[in-house]
Design a protein around this ligand. Structure first.
Ligand code: PLP
Length: 381
């Protein structure tokens, strides 16, 4: 199946008991057994639930993996990956990443004896300099949040394979519509399914997808043991979201392209971060590993004045000022005080997250309305 068919049918079957085309919301915690161990594949919903199974199969299908796992949030999915490690193990992570990921690494897992190296990965060969005999995992986010840096997944996987360490890619921003990291050599794909996969800002969820059975079994064991699963209603919502992922992403990319160029040409705008520009670092790699450039854009205004920044985000009318991204509606965000507030100022400024940076999640509304909204807000400074 091609991607646009997989989003609708991948890993799906009609409900075996009723023929329902969409999997029912199996709002149940437990399942009847004829005699101990004699059941229809389901025992208890922490371990497996039919609605969640349908979603997990869809995850595996759209990412070209074999096994999918759904969690109560993106953070719960990350938590599951790091629980593969033991005290003394080391992780090499990109230094420009979602603030919550930085927080769980440094404030939770460092306390359990896991060491994290945060490095620039614009040149993937740099990763090798931080690999020791204790390194077990390379953690990549691409495009990164919020600077839209592009990391060469294939090159990172060559380093990972050479040193026999796992490569995990947070594919939240790109989605499998734009890139499929498992095809480029990654071992684990992670998503905040809260974002584009869900697509409607109505659910919080995380996902992991892998190809290898042994790795999948370890992750299922942690998922079941620690219990950070999502419920059947949320599973249903994300499954429904995935069915339109391809058409939503196409429009996000079309609108994103127009917004990026509009901002780049605007006299009040200083810098625009969007991987579709030829001048964007690693644009050539983006062109190679991504199908298009997405609807996530960050920009700064001339003068780098925080008051101007607040004026813009407070006065945007269609772009709602809110955490999160990837929904049908356009959102604006202020990384320094919102998504990245948990990263110390000196640390975040090193990667470009200055006080005047605004991040846009360009939605799928009419492009004329989006450009007019940005124009009126920028005219106020
Ligand atoms: C790139 C990225 N990874 C992970 C997460 C965490 O996901 P969640 O909020 O679903 O726990 C987010 C959330 O914003 C994110 O943007």
């Amino acid at each position: 199946m091609k991607f646009n068919t997989k989003t609708i049918h991948g890993g799906q079957q009609h409900d075996p008991s009723t023929g329902a085309v969409m999997p029912p919301i199996y709002q149940t915690s437990t399942y009847a057994q004829k005699s101990p161990g004699d059941h229809k594949g389901y025992e208890y919903s922490r371990t497996a639930n039919p609605t969640r199974t349908a979603l997990e199969n869809a995850f595996a299908s759209i990412e070209n993996g074999k096994f999918g796992l759904a969690f109560g949030s993106g953070m719960a999915a990350i938590d599951c990956v790091i629980k593969l490690l033991s005290p003394g193990d080391e992780v090499v992570s990109t230094n420009d990443l979602y603030g919550g990921t930085f927080r769980i690494f440094t404030e939770i897992f460092e306390n359990y004896g896991i060491k994290f190296h945060f490095i620039g990965m614009e040149n993937a060969a740099n990763i090798e300099n931080y690999i020791t005999d204790k390194t077990k995992l390379i953690w990549v986010e691409t495009p990164t949040n919020p600077m839209m840096n592009i990391i060469d997944i294939k090159a990172a996987s060559i380093v990972a394979k050479k040193h026999n360490v796992m490569l995990a890619v947070d594919n939240t921003f790109a989605t499998p519509y734009l890139q499929t990291p498992l095809d480029l050599g990654a071992d684990i794909v992670m998503h905040s399914a809260t974002k584009y996969l869900g697509g409607h800002s109505d659910v919080v969820m995380g996902a992991l997808i892998v190809k290898d059975k042994e790795l999948a079994d370890k992750l299922y064991f942690i998922q079941n043991s620690c219990g950070a699963i999502c419920g059947p209603m949320d599973s249903f919502l994300v499954l429904r979201g995935i069915k339109t992922l391809h058409i939503r992403m196409q429009r996000h990319c079309e609108n994103g392209t127009q917004v990026a160029h509009f901002l780049a040409d605007h006299p009040k705008v200083e810098k625009v971060y969007w991987p579709g520009f030829e001048s964007h670092p690693n644009h050539e790699i983006a062109k190679e590993q991504m199908k298009d450039f997405g609807g996530m854009i960050s920009f700064t205004t001339k003068g780098n004045n925080i008051k101007d920044t607040y004026k813009i985000i407070e006065n945007l009318k269609i772009f709602t000022l809110a955490e999160s991204l990837g929904g049908v509606e356009s959102l604006s965000g202020h990384p320094a005080s919102m998504t990245h507030a948990s990263i110390p100022k000196e640390e975040r400024e090193k990667t470009g997250v200055v006080d005047s940076l605004i991040r846009l999640s360009v939605g799928i509304e009419d492009i004329d309305d989006l450009l007019a909204d940005l124009d009126q807000a920028l005219s106020l400074i």
